[in-house]
Design a protein around this ligand. Structure first.
Ligand code: GLY
Length: 533
């Protein structure tokens, strides 16, 4: 079964499974396909994180293919002469483009953990066909292109792909042909990842970044490596929670939040009751305050992971939470308001017939990334380096604060919130999940786990249920529409500043019980959970 945010890609993954591929083979094919069919988040020019669970070996591997800052990245790269953060630099110029990791990450997963029944070229082939033969713009593409019109319209190379005329992006019913992308994919299929990192495609990527004001060099591309890391492990209600370590903050804080919340009888307090939401929000504030202080690329800073994910630390934090009153975030630490938000990342979950699983989240950062298609490649480039903390006290596009631990540096990876997660029960996969949602990913994944494990929902119910989010700063409890006014009033009476705001996330989950698989693609978006024969 494959649950992804785009139906053609899910079908491609299932086709690989039906032809004898394992979950990793399918994940690689889906990863390349989404770069064609969901170009706002699926990508070759971005990066992400993949968890691979190998049932026979009872082993889970974490693959970090996060983008990396170019060698020439000074500490103050996003500041002006007066030391002020200039968001334009990290969000809208080549300086924000990290060295892309996706091609290396997918190729690494295939080479080490694929079934051996498919070559990389065979797994890329469906994506090439879609890019070369084109397809009709519909669903997510039709919705998201007009929203990104300004960003995409800045670059002639991007307009050539995604615009129907001088002023309008492609619309529902238009055909999207991506011939340059088909050619780039073909070169990767024929020559392997070096076509991207040490070949014609890479040279064009570097030229595009530099023309947009960036400092990336071919040497940066050549030295890029996907990194295998030890997954983080926690426990919750008899399950083992296997999650992504830094440079994602996702795993650390999903585990920390579960540790804090496990002492409360949330099920009997009631799903989305005022008391349950209050406790979740108070725990979330603490986790996000810790995130800002401690998290960064573990190859550059020491992240106190053992402490953050320990039950003892969770008990201490719990001791400081009031079960009646919301603690003002300003009492915890000072921050700034949320400036920008949307769902641009994408997640997919895969489980094969043998119980192997892949949980993969990858992104270009903003929807369509920087908006720049590297001329001659068809490849959209990321603006991921905005995830660095440009300076102490300056928030990034998600309103996230950070400190020295996540400061820009040469060849460093910016901190992420992406949280691909796998739950094991008695060593076997029980739940594979993840979501886009920027800074909200951590709390979305937390609530999905709570919904399934604590509140007894199936993955479809969990995907559809109302979500809440608090990220410490800004001091607001964000709640999706659908929660009763009574509950909101009770939360306000406890001192929460509630904001009712649109949808949060696009969860793609698969649950497994013996031979039974159930998949759910978040109804907030237009994905598809597809089961093979
Ligand atoms: N670019 C958003 C994240 O990685 O958290």
């Amino acid at each position: 079964m494959v649950a992804s945010q785009e139906a053609r890609a899910s079908r491609i993954g299932v086709d690989i499974l039906e032809r004898g591929g394992n979950a990793v083979d399918a994940a690689v094919a889906v990863g390349f396909a989404l770069a064609v069919t969901l170009p706002r988040a699926g990508n070759l020019g971005g990066g992400g994180f993949m968890l691979v669970h190998l049932a026979a070996l009872k082993k889970t591997i974490a693959i970090d293919y996060r983008e990396t800052a170019p060698f020439d990245t000074p500490h103050d790269v996003f500041l002006d002469e007066g030391g002020r953060f200039v968001p334009e630099r990290s969000q809208s110029t080549g300086l924000g483009v990290g060295v892309p990791g996706t091609v290396a990450g997918l190729a690494h997963a295939h080479a080490k953990y694929g079934s051996g029944r498919f070559s990389l070229s065979q797994l890329i082939a469906p994506a090439i066909t879609l890019a070369r033969d084109g397809f009709i713009v519909d669903d997510d593409l039709a919705d998201s292109l007009p929203q990104a019109l300004e960003r995409l319209g800045r670059y002639p190379s991007t307009r050539a792909v995604f615009f129907r005329n001088e002023t309008e992006t492609k619309q529902r019913g238009d055909q999207l042909l991506q011939l340059d992308l088909a050619e780039s994919l073909s070169q990767i299929a024929q020559q392997g990842p070096q076509a991207f990192y040490d070949g014609g495609v890479g040279s064009r990527v570097v030229a595009a970044v530099r023309a947009a004001g960036g400092r990336m060099t071919l040497e940066d591309l050549k030295s890029y490596r996907a990194i295998e890391r030890e997954p983080l492990r926690g426990s919750f209600r008899g399950r083992e929670v296997v999650a992504m370590p830094p440079p994602s903050s996702g795993g650390a804080h999903v585990i920390q939040l579960l540790n804090i919340l496990e002492a409360y009888p949330l099920a009997s307090l009631g799903h989305n009751s005022a008391q349950t939401i209050h406790l979740m929000a108070e725990a979330m504030k603490r986790a996000y305050a810790d995130r800002a202080e401690f998290l960064g690329d573990p190859d550059f800073v020491v992240v106190p992971l053992r402490g953050l994910t320990s039950k003892a630390y969770a008990a201490q934090v719990r001791g400081e939470l009031s079960s009646d009153r919301a603690r003002p975030s300003a009492d915890i630490r000072h921050g700034e308001p949320l400036a920008y938000e949307s769902d641009q990342t994408t997640h997919y979950s895969i489980v094969d017939k043998d119980g192997n699983a892949v949980s993969n989240t990858y992104t270009l950062n903003f929807s369509y990334g920087l908006g720049l298609v590297a001329p001659g490649t068809g490849i959209l480039l990321n603006n991921e380096l905005d995830d660095f903390a440009a300076r102490e006290g300056a928030s990034n596009a998600y309103g996230m604060l950070g400190g020295e631990a996540n400061a820009p540096a040469s060849r460093k990876r910016p901190l992420s919130s992406m949280s691909p997660t796998i739950l094991l029960r008695d060593g076997e996969v029980e739940l594979v999940t993840g979501s886009p949602g920027g800074s909200r990913i951590i709390t979305i994944v937390l609530q999905t786990i709570l919904d399934v494990v604590e509140h007894g929902m199936n993955v479809a119910e969990a995907a559809a249920s109302v979500r809440v989010h608090h990220q410490w700063q800004p001091d607001e409890l964000r709640i999706e529409r659908g929660l009763s006014l009574d509950t909101i009033r009770l939360l306000q009476a406890k001192g929460h500043s509630v904001r009712v705001a649109p949808t949060i996330g696009s969860v793609q989950s698969i649950s497994r019980s013996g031979a039974w698989l159930m998949g759910a693609s978040d109804p907030r978006q237009r994905g598809a959970a597809t089961l093979g024969h």
